[in-house]
Ligand binder design. Structure first.
Ligand code: CO
Length: 134
């Protein structure tokens, strides 16, 4: 059911420093920062030949990554995003299999303007999983 790895997301305490690490130290192509106020994060995409890395910085007071950064003050891998062809069909299959979908269970528009859902990390080997309709 899942397809390509769309991105690996890393939550970072300092987005400018993270951009410099990927752009200057690792020599990667880095997009401009895009604030996502409805998601409480600032996002930057590192474009690699076969996938992307999403750098997530805190935006606003109720950022969903604030707690993660409390536990991981240096930053860390926050989630993996897999592409699916039909996000509602994927959700229904997963819910039937007993997996928990976070939030309302309805897809929301994510950082690429496409519908996304997040799956509970306890159901997926301790890893938060994002599904994005390709
Ligand atoms: Co993501």
């Amino acid at each position: 059911m899942i397809g390509r790895l769309n991105h690996v997301a890393i939550a970072v305490p300092d987005l400018d420093a993270a951009i410099a690490t990927y752009r200057d130290t690792l020599g990667a192509e880095v997009s401009a920062a895009e604030p996502q106020p409805e998601h409480g994060v600032n996002t930057v995409f590192v474009v690699l030949p076969n996938t992307k890395v999403e750098l997530l910085g805190v935006l606003g007071e109720d950022s969903p990554i604030a707690k993660f950064l409390e536990r991981n003050p240096d930053g860390g891998i926050h989630h993996l995003c897999y592409e699916v062809e039909d996000i509602r069909a994927a959700r229904d299959r997963l819910v039937t299999a007993g997996a928990r979908v976070l939030g309302s269970g309805e897809p929301r528009i994510g950082a690429h303007g496409k519908p996304v859902l997040f799956l509970h990390p306890k159901d997926f080997l301790g890893t938060l999983v994002e599904l994005e309709q390709a």
